[in-house]
Design a protein around this ligand. Structure first.
Ligand SMILES: [Zn+2]
Length: 260
């Protein structure tokens, strides 16, 4: 199991961080990727990754919900961190568009998204994309950026329609599937039916999006086993096959070396 999106720098893990980490390793979680959300949390992300001795891998980015009046200053600070020699980042993320709560900075969200997609192209890094209630703009900006240069990445926490899934996969991107697929009455199980399992990576988005049967509790990477079980039903494949293929997808997308 590889958790491609987990906010282990969140304060909810502070008190028992080492215990939490040991529990993930004991449960067979191979690697955990920790996205950044702004310049202020970038150090916290690096700190938890260092503390894990390479078990956690850091990404860096400005989350669309964190785009406010200081967004350009945030981008400047992030770009400095990204471009220091031997920067440890394995991806740019999470970045994207979020029109759910607040449209004040809609145009700035788009500009920041394009800028960070271009960073990914310059640095030859994959992207972790957050897209909420902004599908058309998100796909348009991705397509536009890809006209100039290829781009690799994952649409994190995907829960959209089959048609949108198809478009994302056709662009060469992966779908990040997490706890949502275990929720009762979730249409995602039907929507994934004809999407190749080779285009799916697993994630928690912990501490959020906890799968059934732990819904409502603090999420952990090891609960990905419930996502694997749901995908096993969708694809009619044994759970260890789902685990093997999706782990290989994550290693490929994020160029993770030491395979198990
Ligand atoms: Zn996230």
């Amino acid at each position: 199991m590889i958790d491609t999106h987990c906010h282990l720098d969140d304060p909810v893990y502070e008190a028992d961080f080492d215990t939490v980490l040991a529990a993930q390793q004991a449960a067979g979680v191979e690697r955990i990727l920790v996205p950044g959300v702004d310049a202020d949390n970038a150090q916290a992300v690096l700190d938890v990754c260092r503390r894990s001795h390479g078990y956690l891998l850091p990404a860096i980015g400005l989350h669309p919900e964190n785009i406010h009046a200081d967004w350009q200053d945030q981008l400047d600070r992030l770009h400095q961190l990204l471009t220091i020699p031997q920067a440890p980042y394995i991806a740019i993320g999470e970045i994207g568009l979020d029109y759910h709560a607040d449209l004040t900075y809609k145009e700035e969200q788009k500009q920041a998204f394009i800028t960070q997609l271009e960073w990914a192209q310059e640095q030859d890094l994959p992207v972790m994309i957050h897209c909420r209630e902004a599908t058309q703009d998100c796909l348009d900006l991705l397509r536009h950026t890809m006209l100039k240069k290829p781009l690799h990445g994952v649409m994190h926490c995907f829960s959209g329609s089959n048609e949108v899934a198809r478009q994302i996969v056709d662009m060469g991107l992966y779908l990040g599937i997490g706890g949502v697929i275990t929720f009762k009455n979730c249409l995602l199980r039907e929507h994934l039916g004809n999407i190749p399992i080779e285009r799916i990576v697993l994630e928690t988005d912990a501490p959020y999006m906890t799968p059934v049967p732990y819904r409502g509790k603090r999420n952990e990477s090891r609960f990905i086993q419930y996502v694997i079980e749901a995908l096993s039903t969708v694809y009619g494949l044994p759970t260890d096959e789902i685990d093997r293929i999706t782990s290989q997808n994550a290693r490929c997308l994020f160029r993770l070396k030491d395979e198990k």
